[in-house]
Design a protein around this ligand. Structure first.
Ligand code: CA
Length: 230
């Protein structure tokens, strides 16, 4: 089931979109501001984002830029007819498509389906990924190390999921704390030290000679194992 994040401040329109998308089998999350959208996307990575450009607080463009720091999910922007420059700027900033308000729901749904078909990740997210001696079942949340089960706490598992969803990428303290613990935890980097330490131990990794998680001092962590290699 594809996950769609709907970012729209007008509640009636947001609810109408939710209803139409849910009726077509999409798993829908809603956000009524850009700030909420960034948290929701970190918390529950969407396969596609529908983003209204006219938002209170941080506007649609700024929201798009923040989303693009950590997600490659297609973004379809909603814009009003006379704001041609916004539309172009949004496409330049990484939006995949646009729909002009007021729009026909069927047209938006067609564009969502088209964007998901072009997307490299959506709908084809593999449930089992392999890294070195690890086999990680993301759907059933099971981890094997050299074919032996590894017992991870919920937090350790969420941390591991964040890493394996972003192999090779530097994941900042802020990103990991927000994704795993949520809003309001971005100053708690000691949580990360503790949980990354536990995760390393359970995965048989060694911080001084890592094969899975590298510490980038003062910045964050990076998952370095390559997918699929034994
Ligand atoms: Ca709006």
């Amino acid at each position: 089931m594809s996950r769609v994040l709907v970012v729209e401040d007008e509640a009636p329109l947001r609810r109408a979109l939710r209803t139409s998308l849910a009726a077509r089998g999409f798993d829908v999350r809603e956000a009524s501001s850009g700030e909420e959208a960034v948290i929701a996307a970190a918390d529950y990575p969407p396969d596609l984002v529908v983003l209204d450009l006219g938002l209170p607080g941080i506007d649609g463009m700024e929201t798009l830029e923040r989303l693009r720091r950590f997600t490659v999910a297609p973004v379809i922007v909603l814009t009003v007819r006379d704001r041609q420059t916004d539309k172009v700027a949004a496409l330049d900033a990484g939006a995949d498509d646009y729909v002009i308000k007021p729009f026909d729901t069927e047209e938006l749904l067609a564009r969502i389906r088209a964007a998901l078909r072009r997307s490299p990740t959506a709908e084809r997210r593999p449930s089992i990924v392999r890294f070195d001696v690890l086999e990680i079942d993301l759907v059933n949340r099971r981890v094997l190390r050299e074919a032996q089960p590894v017992h991870l706490t919920r937090t350790e598992l969420e941390l591991l999921e964040a890493f394996v969803a972003n192999p090779g990428k530097l994941l900042t303290h802020d990103y990991l704390l927000t994704r795993v613990w949520g809003r309001g935890y971005t100053t708690e980097s000691h949580y990360l030290r503790v949980y990354v330490g536990q995760l390393r131990r359970k995965l048989g990794d060694d911080a001084t000679n890592p094969r899975f998680i590298v510490t980038e001092p003062g910045l964050g962590y990076r998952w370095i194992a390559e997918e699929g290699l034994p």
